[in-house]
Design a binder for this molecule. Structure first.
Ligand SMILES: [Zn+2]
Length: 449
């Protein structure tokens, strides 16, 4: 719960010395036995269990008994884990998800202009981002029952919101006040998650410090209309990375924060984005558009069991992976190492949300369900170490941009007796290099001794 260190701005065209620090996640609860059940008591305004569980899990994971060895879990409890399945208490990530979106301001940071302009910094882009990434399985519906600025009763300064601020007491007070002020116009039971878009002039610029934060799976949150406001994302300032692309890319702080609401951990660490680079929005949410890892898509319920292959048995197995950014076909091979870790294998191409991919190929990364958020639960294997990478896009982690393995290349973990080779390309691949469209698939051969 310590305020995280700042990290250097990744690449960038802005003035030297300016920084985008890592954003702090404060998931207060990741316990396995959350319950939103409120005792039913007619006439008191309290609600029965059905009414009190709007949007809360379980996240629907598609799997078969054959996937059992790949459903890794940590032995110890961590705040936010890559383990599968996601514990209950987070927001369901499939079907219709109603996002209560409130634009709030303060006497010492009054909203300037139309609050709907603040809303339009994030929508419809966030809705489209999720629709694309989920192959249409997440129908994200932002709603603004209060169209204007919602003035909080205390000044911004009085809430004591700063970088790394815990839920108690500042955020609790803010949520309590927000519920009280919004309650006449909002039925909180009708929504699955809460977005609080704060007036951009509250707090420091994102170039100095990123205050945006999500409290996810938090059963101790204040109760509104009988249901805890357990999954709430707060977005401050404007995440302008200085590359002149804010209008096109600045909204992605919200899908990142909402990723926590769906139970995903941060993939950057105190050292920055060097573990995963630009291969997941939970690692970097600025610069050119990027997607989720295939592991996250399975975890979120966006892949069918038939699209995920668990390579648990000794011997050699072969698969044809289709581009992760396109719907249909095999998307993920997982090679479990033990009950808590394994290698994930997927094909990344320049398509869909994967705008930053400069060379298509098979991305191989280790997932550890016992490593907590922000501590490096995922590590991408770089097929070309110290190459400098292939991207020239501003604010995209460069070194890992050419991490994927291409046909003819092989990954080996000699200690574990695991070999993963990219053995060929199916028909339909239009070419290689930046912008290459991959229509077919890549053949992958997994050998376990
Ligand atoms: Zn985060």
């Amino acid at each position: 719960m310590q305020p995280p260190p700042r990290r250097p701005r990744p690449g960038g065209t802005g003035p030297p010395g300016r920084r985008i620090p890592r954003r702090r996640l404060a998931a207060l609860a990741c316990v396995s036995a959350l319950t939103f059940t409120v005792s039913t008591s007619a006439g008191t305004g309290r609600l029965g269990p059905d009414a009190g569980t709007a949007g809360a899990g379980p996240i629907v994971l598609s799997h078969t008994p054959a996937h059992g060895p790949c459903m890794i879990r940590g032995a110890r409890e961590v705040q936010l884990s890559e383990g599968i399945p996601t514990p209950t208490g987070y927001t369901r990530s499939t079907g219709i998800v109603r996002a209560l979106t409130l634009m709030v301001d303060f006497s010492d940071a009054p909203g300037e202009g139309d609050a709907q302009d603040r809303f339009r910094e994030f929508f419809p882009q966030t809705r489209e981002w999720f629709r694309t990434s989920s192959y249409g399985r997440l129908d994200y519906r932002p709603e603004t029952p209060i169209p204007g600025w919602l003035r909080m009763p205390k000044s911004f300064r009085e809430y004591g919101i700063e970088r790394g601020a815990p839920f108690e007491p500042g955020y609790r007070t803010l949520v309590q006040d927000l519920v009280e002020v919004a309650d006449p116009d909002v039925d909180f039971r009708a929504y699955d998650l809460l977005n609080v878009l704060v007036s951009p002039n509250a707090g420091p610029s994102a170039l100095d410090t990123v205050l945006s934060v999500t409290f996810a799976g938090n059963p101790d949150a204040p109760v509104a209309d009988g249901t805890p406001v357990a999954n709430a994302s707060f977005v401050y300032s404007r995440q302008d990375d200085g590359s002149g692309s804010y209008d096109r890319t600045g909204y992605r702080v919200l899908p990142h924060e909402n990723g926590h609401v769906f139970g995903l951990p941060d993939l950057y660490t105190a050292e920055g984005g060097g573990a995963v680079g630009h291969w997941d929005i939970m690692s970097e949410d600025w610069g050119a558009n990027n997607d989720f890892l295939g592991w996250h898509k399975w975890k979120l319920g966006w892949l069918d069991a038939a699209q995920v292959h668990c390579a648990a048995s000794p011997g050699t197995t072969e698969y044809t992976l289709t581009p992760l950014a396109r719907a249909g076909g095999s998307k993920l091979v997982f090679v479990p190492l033990d009950a808590r870790t394994g290698y994930a294998v997927e094909l990344r191409t320049h398509a869909g949300n994967d705008e930053a991919v400069c060379r298509p190929g098979v991305l191989i990364y280790k997932v550890d369900a016992e490593v907590d958020t922000g501590m490096g639960p995922v590590t991408v294997t770089d097929s070309r170490r110290n190459s400098g990478g292939c991207t020239r896009a501003p604010n995209v982690h460069a070194e890992l941009s050419d991490a994927p393995f291409t046909p003819g290349e092989t990954f080996r973990d000699a200690g574990r007796g695991i070999t993963i080779g990219v053995t060929g390309v199916e028909a339909g691949v239009a070419g290689v290099g930046a912008g290459a469209g991959v229509e077919g698939g890549y053949r992958v051969r997994v050998t376990r001794e």
